[in-house]
Write a protein that binds this ligand. Sequence first.
Ligand code: MN
Length: 129
Amino acid sequence: MARILLVEDNATNREMLSRRLTRRGHEVSEAVDGADALRVARDASPDLILMDMSLPIMSGWDATTALKADEATAGIPVIALTAHAMVGDREKALEAGCDEFETKPIAFPQLIDKINSLLGVAPNGSAAG
Ligand code: MN
């Protein structure tokens, strides 16, 4: 079980992903834009953040840069979610400080593997030393 902050402006995508993560036993908090993400990240201090890159008010790129520049949130792993498998997007995400990258439509098992890996959880679900 982890506390996961899901940042996604598309309600359908947000609800679907939130439901699947909750079913996996995770505690999910949500944010709907980049500025909201910064607020919720500070309030909820999640274990991990799933960050849509295309967001209103403040983009996922800018929100991640701000989170990584803030000592209170810098240590939280961020997985970038992007709709475009654009050449260079992965590099751009890592440059913004994202720890991982996943392209939409999301392959859920693959996303879970990345979440577990960043949280130090072994593939069988037990916590790694
Ligand atoms: Mn979006």
